[in-house]
Design a protein around this ligand. Structure first.
Ligand code: CTP
Length: 404
C-alpha cells in the first residue's frame, strides 16, 4: 500500500466471516494499524472456526466483537454503538451468507445485526467457491448492495481451497486497501462522472534487443494519482511504463514502454478524458537506429546518434479543449520557479507540479515528495509529504482553482 495520512485516527470496522481466507484479514488489520487507524474487529461464529479472537485482539489492540449477548463485556446495545462508531467498514472475507443477509436486511445474529445498522461507507470483499460466486442469487445480492452504495472488491481468479482453479479468491490486500482508501476519502465523490488519464513510470528506449536507455522513475507518483482519482469516483486510464508496482484495479491499465508508445496511448485516450496528468518520465531522446541483433563490442568507444522523441504533453496541450484540464510535472535544478512558470505557459497547462530532485525526500524512488503547485493564478509550496497525500493536494488545488 502507499503510505498515507488518510487512515490516521480513522475509525475502521473490519468484519470477518467464516472462510479459509479469514487468516488474510490479519494482514489487513496490521496494515491499517500501522497506517494509524483505530481498528475494531467483529468475527462471525463461523469466522471464529478459522481464526481465533486472540490473534485479532492482539493485532487490533482491542477486544473482538463476536456475541450478541457477551457476559460482563460491552453494553446491551453494543451492536448499535459499534455501527455508530465506524467511519468506514470492510467485510473481508464476505461469504455468500453474509452478502445475502446484508442485501436482504436480515439481522439474526450479532454480525448481521451490525451490518444492517451500518451507515458509513462499506466495502465488501467476497470470497467463496466459483460455483457459489456464479450463483444468480449471489450475483443479485452483490448487485443490490452495489446499487445501494456498497463498494465491492471482486474476488480474483486462481487456485481455490477445493483444489481447482476458478474465480472466488479473496481480492489481494492492495485491492482491498484501494477501496478502503476510497471509503475513507474526505472528497469521495468529487470526480464522479469525470475521466482522468494519467501517465506514470519510466520509458525504455532500446539500442539493440538487450540494451536500453531508461531513467530512475519508480511510477509511485503516477500510481498514487491513479489511486487518488479512483478514490474520488473518476473513471481512470493509467498509461504506465515498466514498474514493479501493483497495477490498480477496476481502472483501465495501458502498458507503454517507449516514448512513442506513450505518445500513441495518450493521444488515443485523450479525446474522452476531462483531466490529463502527465507524471511519466518520458525520454526526450531515443537511439536514431536500433540494431536488430546485439551490438558486439569493438576496440574503440561507441558513438551513438540520438533523435528527439515527441513531447507528448506539448502535443496534447495544442489539442486540448477549454473544458479539458492539463497537469504537467517539471523537474528543475536551476531557476526552478521561473522555469516552471515558463513551462506552464509554453505547454498550455492548467497546472504544473514542480519537483526539486536535490531536496531530501523528493527523490525519484522515495515514498515522499516535496513539490510546489503552480497555476496561472496561484502558487503553493507544500511541505514534504507522502506521494498519495501529494496526489490529494494536486486534485484539491485543481478543483479549487476550477471553482474560483
Ligand atoms: N513530457 C512529455 N513528453 C516528453 C518529455 C516530457 O510529455 N517527451 C512531460 C513529462 O511527463 C512532464 C513534463 O513533460 O509532465 C515536463 O518534463 P521535463 O523533463 O521536466 O521538461 P521538458 O519539457 O522535457 O523540458 P526540459 O527537459 O528542457 O526541462
Amino acid at each position: 500500500m502507499f503510505p498515507t495520512n488518510v487512515f490516521e485516527n480513522r475509525r475502521i470496522l473490519v468484519g470477518i466471516c467464516g472462510c479459509i481466507a479469514a487468516y488474510k484479514s490479519c494482514y489487513l488489520i496490521r496494515q491499517l494499524v500501522t497506517a494509524g487507524a483505530q481498528v475494531r474487529v467483529m468475527l462471525s461464529k463461523s469466522g471464529a472456526e478459522f481464526i481465533t479472537p486472540l490473534t485479532l485482539e492482539t493485532l487490533s489492540n482491542h477486544p473482538v466483537y463476536t456475541d450478541m449477548f457477551p457476559k460482563n463485556q460491552f453494553t446491551a446495545t453494543h451492536h448499535i454503538e459499534l455501527a455508530d462508531w465506524a467511519e468506514a467498514a470492510i467485510i473481508a472475507p464476505a461469504t455468500a451468507n453474509a452478502l445475502g443477509k446484508a442485501a436482504n436486511g436480515i439481522a439474526d445474529d450479532f454480525f448481521s445485526t451490525v451490518i444492517s445498522a451500518l451507515h458509513c461507507p462499506t466495502v465488501y470483499a467476497p470470497a467463496m467457491n466459483t460455483h457459489m460466486w456464479e450463483n444468480p442469487a449471489v450475483k443479485r445480492n452483490v448487485d443490490f448492495l452495489k446499487e445501494n452504495g456498497a463498494l465491492i472488491c471482486n474476488p480474483e481468479a486462481g487456485f481455490l481451497a477445493e483444489g481447482y482453479e476458478g474465480v472466488g479468491r479473496l481480492a489481494r490486500l492492495d485491492y482491498q486497501l484501494q477501496y478502503l482508501y476510497r471509503a475513507c476519502h474526505p472528497a469521495r465523490d468529487s470526480l464522479v462522472g469525470k475521466t482522468a488519464l494519467i501517465s506514470a513510470g519510466p520509458t525504455q528506449e532500446f539500442l539493440d534487443p538487450v540494451r536500453m536507455l531508461t531513467n530512475l522513475s519508480s511510477g509511485k507518483m503516477g500510481y498514487a494519482l491513479a489511486w487518488e482519482a479512483f478514490a474520488r469516483g473518476a473513471e481512470v486510464v493509467l498509461v504506465s511504463g515498466p514498474t514493479n508496482l501493483e497495477r490498480p484495479v477496476d481502472i483501465t491499465n495501458v502498458a507503454a514502454t517507449s516514448a512513442a508508445d506513450f505518445a500513441s496511448a495518450v493521444e488515443r485516450h485523450f479525446p474522452k478524458c476531462d483531466i490529463y496528468i502527465s507524471a511519466a518520465a518520458i525520454a526526450d531522446y531515443t537511439p536514431a537506429n536500433v540494431a536488430d541483433s546485439k551490438i558486439k563490442k569493438g576496440k574503440d568507444g561507441l558513438t551513438m546518434q540520438l533523435r528527439r522523441t515527441t513531447d507528448v504533453l506539448k502535443m496534447i496541450g495544442a489539442k486540448k479543449t477549454a473544458e479539458q484540464k492539463l497537469i504537467g510535472f517539471a523537474v528543475e535544478t536551476d531557476n526552478p520557479l521561473e522555469n516552471a512558470r515558463k513551462k506552464l505557459k509554453r505547454k498550455h497547462l492548467d497546472m504544473i507540479v514542480l519537483n526539486n530532485p536535490h531536496i531530501e525526500g523528493a527523490a525519484f524512488r522515495s515514498d515522499t515528495n516535496f513539490v510546489t503547485l503552480l497555476s496561472a493564478k496561484q502558487e503553493i509550496e507544500l511541505e514534504k509529504m507522502y506521494k498519495l497525500d501529494v496526489a490529494r493536494e494536486i486534485f484539491n488545488f485543481l478543483l479549487d482553482s476550477d471553482e474560483s
